[in-house]
Write a protein that binds this ligand. Structure first.
Ligand code: PLP
Length: 381
């Protein structure tokens, strides 16, 4: 007896594998600083927790609307209009149990066997994994340091074929922290329009930007009708374990996604959705958190860059330091096994990440300082 072949086409996620090993070391009594997961050390505002508790106490623990609670969909549309200048309504929003699920469903709704999917590399490893699972050929376009980690439009033109169906963007990018420039976005939008591509825009880090301003490709001319935005509550509202994400798309895509929801998870948890409405009503919480991430970035990424053998640019968004390190794979292993610092080898984000390590700076400052001390010792400084 065998499981379906498509399962063999899926890969894991490097971060989760390192996390499992780090936990094993901790069970054996070792101290480990977890810089492998994008897990904020913040928790949602007290009002959000209270809204969730009250919802449970009032029996809001039943099945509910498959597209999401109408009040939440309206709140999400309002939030995106306000913070991202999108033109959308509640009818364009579908709620899912996590961004990853929204992404998976969007890819299932768009991809046919034999299609080609262009995705950024280094990038979130789930993009090529899921594309392959649905019978597509994932085609990596690179975000290289020599090009300030921006997508290279000439390379994308070279890689595109008549079979290209979907272009995936992730700005700010995980792991490089790149915020796509206005020129890049305009060029990508032009290509998508000319060649009739769908665009999946993973905007999970859209609120976590530092000096630059985030622009959604969906706001450019003719793009709302071909773009599916993926976002959610994990990072911007520090609600990773609540598992709540959403897709914003043209109505025909929302209807397709709704069918997939009915055939899979039925609906996202109602009391979590009620709490999410309260999270959106607390806009200052995001700003306070981002100000703190910026302080952590300025200590941690700068600190890494000062260590001989490591080079790290200041990320423009998200909360990852993408550091160039000689013998990156061996250093990653030594950091974890000998020094108790869990980071991820860049190869987990694609071949062009081979000389890099990714460190999350979403954790507490005191831990980041101790991690820097341990990294310095490991690098023999
Ligand atoms: C680029 C990107 N997209 C999607 C996700 C998944 O988000 P969620 O936890 O809401 O499923 C992550 C999580 O790390 C991510 O980095």
């Amino acid at each position: 007896m065998r499981v379906a072949q498509r399962i063999g086409l899926l890969t894991g996620e490097g971060a989760l594998e390192v996390y499992a090993r780090a936990k094993e070391l901790e069970r054996a009594g070792r101290s480990v600083i977890h810089l492998e997961l994008g897990e904020p050390d913040f928790h949602p505002a007290p009002q959000v927790l209270e809204a969730g508790r009250t919802a449970i106490a009032h029996g809001r623990d039943r099945y509910c609307a498959s597209r999401g609670l109408p009040e939440l969909r309206t709140a999400i549309a309002g939030y995106l209009i306000q913070t991202r200048a999108l033109t959308c309504g509640a009818e364009n929003v579908l709620v899912a149990s996590g961004c990853k699920l929204a992404l998976f469903l969007a890819m299932m709704a768009l991809i046919e066997p034999g299609d080609e999917v262009l995705y950024p590399e280094p990038g979130f490893p789930i993009y090529p994994s899921v594309a392959r699972c649905f019978g597509a050929r994932p085609v990596a376009h690179r975000l290289l340091e020599a090009n300030d980690f921006q997508p290279d439009l000439d390379e994308i033109v070279r890689l595109a074929t008549p079979r290209t169906k979907v272009l995936i963007l992730c700005s700010p990018n995980n792991p490089t922290g790149t915020v796509y420039s206005p020129q890049t976005l305009a060029g990508l939008a032009r290509l998508a329009r000319e060649r009739d591509w769908w665009v999946i825009s993973d905007e999970i880090y859209a609120r976590i930007v530092y000096e630059k301003t985030f622009t959604s490709i969906a706001t450019l001319d003719g793009m709302a009708e071909r773009t599916i935005i993926i976002d959610g509550f994990s990072k911007s509202f520090a609600m990773t374990g609540w598992r709540l994400g959403y897709a914003v798309a043209p109505l025909a895509v929302i209807e397709a996604l709704d069918k997939l929801v009915m055939n899979t998870f039925t609906c996202a948890s109602e009391f979590v959705q009620v709490a999410a409405i309260e999270a959106i009503a607390q806009p200052r919480a995001v700003e306070t958190m981002v100000a703190e991430y910026r302080r952590r970035r300025d200590v941690f990424a700068v600190g890494l860059d000062e260590i001989p053998g490591i080079r790290c640019r200041l990320p423009e968004g998200a909360f990852y330091a993408w550091a160039r390190v000689a013998n990156a794979e061996a250093v990653q292993r030594k950091l974890l096994e000998a020094a108790g610092v869990a980071a991820i080898h860049g190869l987990a984000f694609g071949a062009s990440g081979v000389d890099y390590l990714r460190f999350s700076f979403a954790g507490a400052s005191s831990e980041l300082e101790e991690a820097l001390r341990r990294i310095r010792c490991t690098m023999n400084v």
